[in-house]
Design a protein around this ligand. Sequence first.
Ligand SMILES: Nc1ncnc2c1ncn2[C@@H]1O[C@H](COP(=O)(O)OP(=O)(O)OP(=O)(O)O)[C@@H](O)[C@H]1O
Ligand SMILES: [Mg+2]
Length: 381
Amino acid sequence: MAAEDIVLVDDDRVIQKMVGGFLERRGFNVRNASDGIEALELIRERVPDLVITDVRMPELNGIELTARMRSHHRTAGVPILMFSELITAPDALAGYAAGADDYLPKPFELEILEAKVQSLLRRSAGASAGANRGKVILFAHAKGGVGTTCLAVNTAILLAAQSSRPVGLLDLDVEFGDSAVYMNLHPHLTLADLKAAPGVPVDEELFEGFVTESGSVRLVVGSDVPERAELVTLPAIQLAIDRLTATCQYVLVDAPASFSERTLTALDTSDLICLVTSASLPSLKATRRCLDLFNKIGVSPRRVRLILNYSATHPVDIDGAAGVLGRNPDFVMQKSETLDQAVSSGRPLVTSDPSDPLVADLRKLADAIVASVSVTADRTS
Ligand SMILES: Nc1ncnc2c1ncn2[C@@H]1O[C@H](COP(=O)(O)OP(=O)(O)OP(=O)(O)O)[C@@H](O)[C@H]1O
Ligand SMILES: [Mg+2]
């Protein structure tokens, strides 16, 4: 196994040498940076397993570095250990508030530092590993209003009916999320209410307060009103995915029509991406650009399922749609005459009208998801 990679950030060369040398002797790979700017360059080259940073530095201090890392989907989950000569509580709290995971006042025993490093690495490995963890399926779309939430909600219910464990549904449309509306649920808490300092684990019991259950579906919503959207941090999203995958067989993420850092955070952890398009020309063209984007950012086509949803009133036919998309869709969902009625009554189609032809298509999709994720373990590409 390759040595775990640590970026050590301190403007004091003596500390760099002493701490870096010690960690290298303990078998870690250490890359040194003298300030936050240099650290970000190293992190951009290769995302490390852990960052240890001083607080006070000339260019971009440790708190700013932490805040920058927590706002980017690739680095939001990297454990950060801060050390500082400032042992005042406000400094430590500022570090935690920015998203640091642990804090060590200087001077410190090197053995204590190692113990903290080991514990943070274990915790972060534990959060992402585990054969028993649920699989994450991202429902994404490039153009709004194409039926993504309807498909995600109904697929979640179908999957829950055939799974031994519950199914999670995470609504990441932090401005105008409506999964709860489609299920006639009224969550008390949203991820915008997650007051705990970013990076600090919320205990399981507390997290249950953010879950609204309907049968075997466990719903967590990002935010209830658009003005609170900004309060939904990337670590809160990671925490929600982490907690849901611990209790659920599948976790479906209903993303908004934007590839924000929040969507990318979910995309990074997803085992499968269901990309939904309607059969209207603007949606098809946007979806084509989205497939190109996936290519550019290294998302393997094996992880993507393209869903052509006949929700539009004047649709392009399948051949025409495939021509614009540059490939055939993996699933075609036919138009439902009763879906709107189900939506307006707050009853998901699969329960209100199981004989609707769209439900048969949804069942095929649910079956294919089960088959795909049981063989897909590669989240790295
Ligand atoms: N197969 C279908 N047949 C008929 N109507 C459909 C179909 N799929 C979706 N719709 C309708 O499309 C509308 C939009 O659906 P939905 O809210 O799920 O879209 P969305 O892609 O999640 O939108 P947003 O971008 O706002 O999140 C709903 O009124 C729904 O009833
Ligand atoms: Mg939606």
